[in-house]
Design a protein around this ligand. Structure first.
Ligand SMILES: Nc1ncnc2c1ncn2[C@@H]1O[C@H](COP(=O)(O)OP(=O)(O)OP(=O)(O)O)[C@@H](O)[C@H]1O
Length: 319
């Protein structure tokens, strides 16, 4: 059987350099497997997007296979490079600190197992998944595969990415804890906002909003099940608005979000939709897959079944 050639895009700095160590082990397995491959290493923020786009163009309509080796930021960039190229198949080997993509898409969190799954399914089935698209006021487009959000969650994403503690916790393999620490730190100072949200033509106004999150899959922030019912295969985006919540109740809610039980709070509203616009009384930080992309207003929509995801056990429940 002829095996396809695989293009690996590796983020050597993901999880504080752990990804590079993992890659050297994966490469040994690859050499043993006989799979033809090329390895590309990112050398700056945004490089994975550029490499992926170049590979998509160079494939010239032929099928090409790209595997992201890194964290959620790496798969986010690759999605932004290949979204719209129907000839590109992707897969993921989780080596980041948050790894919400692996959780949400039931990919093994063990990099060696994830590689084995990819090799076993190398010429096999693909799963066509939805992608969210954000348009900012300058009409710049950004895709997201996990979720996007405005307000407190975007502020947390930014602070986590900037935090020197992130490196320390990554070194201790406690990447998730940094989200908890940053939330507790920012909670006292944050001022909730007023929001106008239009979902499929219907206007909603909210006061004292902590954040709005729009999800393609359930997980955010290293395992928080922010949108328990989100599915990347249903052609819908799942919207979560958290408003009118005291700081004490925020802490209770925060403790329940890892199991998705926060949706039982009356201060948590959920919707589904396909075209959403978000405006606020003052500009709010906005993230896409945990990467800060600018400030509101933002328009969000869904591209159903646009990306081909290949992984051996994608439909098994693993998280
Ligand atoms: N060579 C590089 N030097 C500096 N930054 C890089 C380089 N290559 C990639 N990056 C950036 O590193 C950032 C973090 O990558 P990534 O999200 O994959 O890892 P992580 O933060 O450890 O994982 P997670 O997002 O799952 O918590 C991304 O914003 C990416 O653009």
């Amino acid at each position: 059987m002829k095996l396809a050639e695989v293009n690996f895009i590796i983020n050597p700095v993901a999880q504080n350099g752990y990804c590079l160590k993992v890659w050297s082990k994966l490469e040994k397995k690859l050499l043993q497997s006989g799979v033809g491959y090329k390895a590309f290493f990112t050398s700056y923020h945004g490089h994975a997007k550029n490499i992926a786009e170049l590979l998509a163009v160079e494939a010239n309509g032929e099928e090409a296979f790209i595997v992201a080796v890194g964290g959620d930021g790496t798969i986010h960039e690759i999605i932004n490079g290949i979204c719209g190229y129907a000839n590109i198949k992707i897969a993921f080997i989780p080596c980041g600190s948050g790894n919400d993509f692996a959780r949400g898409f039931s990919i093994s969190k063990n990099p060696q197992q994830a590689l084995l799954d990819i090799i076993q399914n190398i010429n096999g089935k693909v799963d066509w998944i939805d992608v969210g698209v954000i348009q900012d006021k300058e009409e710049k487009l950004t895709c997201f595969i996990n979720n996007m959000g405005c307000g407190f969650d975007a502020l947390i994403a930014q602070k986590v990415n900037q935090s020197k503690l992130k490196r320390v916790f990554n070194r201790l393999s406690m990447g998730k804890l940094i989200y908890v620490i940053v939330v507790l730190k920012e909670l006292l100072a944050y001022q909730p906002s007023e929001l106008k949200v239009i979902i499929d033509g219907r206007e909603h106004r909210f006061k004292k909003v902590w954040f709005i999150t729009i999800s393609n899959q359930p997980y955010f922030g290293g395992g928080m099940k922010i949108s328990p019912n989100a599915s990347p295969r249903d052609g819908l985006l799942n919207i979560t608005v958290v408003h009118h919540l005291s700081r004490i109740r925020f802490l209770l809610l925060f403790a329940s979000v890892y199991k998705g039980n926060h949706v039982r709070y009356k201060e948590v509203l959920t919707y589904t939709g396909t075209v959403i616009t978000i405006g606020a009384n003052s500009p709010l930080y906005t993230h896409a897959d945990g990467e800060l992309i600018g400030q509101t207003p933002m328009a969000v929509s869904i591209k159903p079944n646009i990306v081909a995801l290949s992984s051996g056990r994608i439909n098994e429940k693993r998280s």
